[in-house]
Design a protein around this ligand. Structure first.
Ligand SMILES: [Zn+2]
Ligand SMILES: [Zn+2]
Length: 151
């Protein structure tokens, strides 16, 4: 989806955002626990050949240690919700319904925002995104239950 404008319910500032459908791209995602960054993890990357992880949803907590820190120094966490780029407070998925449904071209045809930050859609704020942000050292020592068996 193209960039649209949303409004933070905490500080009233606006930001650009786009939604990513993680089912189309076979990806997982997470948010930084301190800033407005999103991480996107492709199910087709080199790392995904080594690590078993669920796609089409927010990443699970056992993945946290396998990622590099956010560029801000924060951590991408399974339980972190997206944060406003201005005031850094978490955004409400419920309150986001106002701008997301207003801006989405599919809304007229019956599309509805699922009002959750852990569903198949992830949000990118002001293009603050990193992709396939794996910590290669951690990947080499990945725990057996996350390891993919060689075929
Ligand atoms: Zn704000
Ligand atoms: Zn961050």
């Amino acid at each position: 989806m193209d960039n649209s404008t949303g409004t933070c319910e905490n500080c009233g500032h606006t930001f650009q955002y786009r939604l990513i459908h993680n089912g189309f791209g076979d990806s997982a995602y997470a948010y930084c626990n301190q800033c407005s960054f999103t991480v996107l993890l492709s199910g087709w990357s080199e790392a995904a050949k080594k690590v078993r992880f669920r796609i089409q949803q927010r990443m699970t907590a056992d993945m946290e240690g396998l990622l590099k820190p956010c560029p801000c120094g924060g951590t991408f966490r399974a339980a972190a919700d997206p944060r406003c780029p201005h005031c850094l407070q978490t955004l409400s998925a419920m309150k986001a319904t106002d701008y997301i449904e207003k801006n989405a071209s599919g809304t007229a045809k019956g599309w509805r925002w699922d009002q959750s930050w852990s569903g198949v859609y992830s949000i990118v704020l002001n293009e603050n995104i990193v992709e396939d942000w794996w910590n290669n050292q951690a990947l080499d020592g990945v725990s057996p239950q996350l390891q993919k068996r060689p075929r």
